[in-house]
Design a protein. Sequence first.
Length: 288
Amino acid sequence: MFPCVFPATRHSLLAAAVALATLAPATLSLAQSAQSPKACSSGTLYLSFDTGSQSQAEYIAQTLRRHHIKATFFMANEKTVNGDYTLDPAWAPFWKSLVADGHAFGTHTFDHVYAKRDLADGKIEVKPQFGANGGKLLAWTPQQYCDELNRVDQRFQTLTGTHIDRFWRTPGGHLTPHTLAAGEACGYKHVAWAEAGFSGDELPSDKWPNQMLLERMLKNLKDGDIVMAHLGIWSRKDPWAPAVLEPLISGLEKKGFCFATLRDHPAYKGNLKGPVAETKAGKARKAS
């Protein structure tokens, strides 16, 4: 015979069961907190990735997704291992997925344009890597340079339906007073990287093995540093991302670091999305 349980008793037992069920996750959370470092106890780091061969693009996106980390991507229309270009329509699903994940985006000049030097007449000597003028030395006005930065925003909006953030990064780190002024005049803030944040993924792997690069970053990165790597490098024989990114993130998390996009960086906060303003060459020249 089954024991008789009165309604009041059943209600009491049900209430107790609900209370225990509510308490269990909180208890588990406290236990997990006690086993892991205090969140952001060592500060915040800002991961950033420039386009490249795209050989590691999916791996990097999946790794960030797995760790719930948001980063900043600087885009140029570069040739990929697929034989197409990074801002071709075929890459729209990839960029849309990163938008959905909450990442930030900046311009790296559309044709991956190297700034060579400032000219006396206020123009800028440049050398695009890709596009119709790839490999040619050109003399651009500040307005032409601004237009080149804007081309990435225009293409990204076509591919994803959203504007990029108002960040830019010069290819190769070649920044001149005139290019800096041109970027600022048309609404972009330039973003470099910390010395400790240089991933070294462009360096020859025989002289700079992945383990060495990993240990260097784990040792030297500090609060506020911006980290720079690529979505794939043609020249490096031993790819950086598959060997370094996962242990780097895990190691930094264990040390108490958090990660954020440049939207939250003190130097770039407030650089909102939206169509950037064009600027007249005279205004940019005056700003330089």
